[in-house]
Design a protein around this ligand. Sequence first.
Ligand SMILES: Nc1ncnc2c1ncn2[C@@H]1O[C@H](COP(=O)(O)OP(=O)(O)OP(=O)(O)O)[C@@H](O)[C@H]1O
Ligand SMILES: [Mg+2]
Length: 437
Amino acid sequence: MSNQAKPIPSAPEYTGVGAPLAELDEEAIVAPAARARPIPRISIQAFCENGATAEIIQIASEDRRLAKAHVSVHMGGIEAAVIHYQQNPTPNLIVLESSLPPEHLVSELDRLAENCDPGTKVLVIGQVNDVMLYRELLRRGVSEYLVEPIEPLQLMEAISNLYNNPDTEPVGHVYAFVGAKGGVGSSTICHNTAWALSEALKSNVVIADLDLAFGTTGLDFNQDPMQGIADALSTPERLDEVLLDRLLTKCSEHLSIFAAPVVLDRDYDISVEGCDQVIDVVRQNVPYVAVDLPHLWTAWAKSVMLQADEVIITAAPDLANLRNAKNLVDLLAQMRRNDSKPRLVMNMVNMPKRPEISIKEFESAVGLKAISVIDFDSETFGQAANNGQMIEELNAKAKPAAGFRDIALAITNRRDTHVAKKSSALAPFLEKFKLKL
Ligand SMILES: Nc1ncnc2c1ncn2[C@@H]1O[C@H](COP(=O)(O)OP(=O)(O)OP(=O)(O)O)[C@@H](O)[C@H]1O
Ligand SMILES: [Mg+2]
């Protein structure tokens, strides 16, 4: 969460919390999100002229991508900033909103520059869309100029580009898999999807098993590693590329697991920061990270979910799953205002003799369309689990195998989030082909 810096007497601190940006078009939000990367532990002070802009900066400051940064928002625009920095050190980044005419703006920036520490960057938000002004500002050391109106994600992307190289690929994507209830198949979905993803994209994928005491990643891939994620979590500050490589267990050309120890002779008290640090190192080294979360509610598990690029909720069609899934969806909507909604996977559907809530009712109650609906199939799943195989390895033609490819496609935004139509016999091949595009 962002912290508020000391109040500035000459510039009233912005405290207003306005209506959520519910009316924003979701597609418009989702697109640039992929480019806005987590922003490092920097201090940002903003000086706004309008409440609406302050509101947008405030929303951005509460976003997961700015979770490490310290952001404070003040009113009074550039004039308040000039007065403030005559007596106070400058932060890493100053964001200024100004409606001043270009000449006046430039002279005020010169005044500000007199008191700017070296290393401080300045981002200006203005009203004039003029390339000459833009060049003049850059010449005077301004790092970026955005023309109003701005959106939170646009601001985040601009800030992230100042602190990350915009020409390099964004860091790896983190997918958090969580069950609406214990035992609903969340780990199975996580492992099979990660496997499908690694096969289809031919890109490296790591499964991080955070169910330290009871995790099944080792079993599911027929591996029994001596070291794994618990070693990283015990001394997160030591984890780097070299150590990570040692702690991962390779399961196939592109899939590795960060396995849980699954021994009960020690306690596993995971800290939020340690967990955050470990996942950060993995995502810096691997393009796709599937996090297998146990079904529990602790500070670190919640934090992993809130920080992930995508959250995949697996649920079975009963009442407790429905209630829990709805609670999760509501919480995520409230805490991740600039992100797309979590993805819903319905699992263990059509279990013989069990009364079930229909998929339609379930979807409308939680407000999400399932990206995949997987039938209860004890024979296929039981055999795969016993063999330490993925469903597709066991039987590529098995129906759930297509379901896992669907999920992989959906979470990497390679396809619409609709359940695959069962019409054509060629569908699985076409899907596979699409993934490779
Ligand atoms: N669609 C399915 N049909 C039949 N069995 C399934 C299906 N999906 C998963 N299973 C089986 O259900 C069991 C529990 O699955 P899994 O461990 O993935 O659940 P989980 O939600 O991760 O549980 P936990 O809460 O313990 O983490 C496993 O034995 C798995 O093989
Ligand atoms: Mg599990």
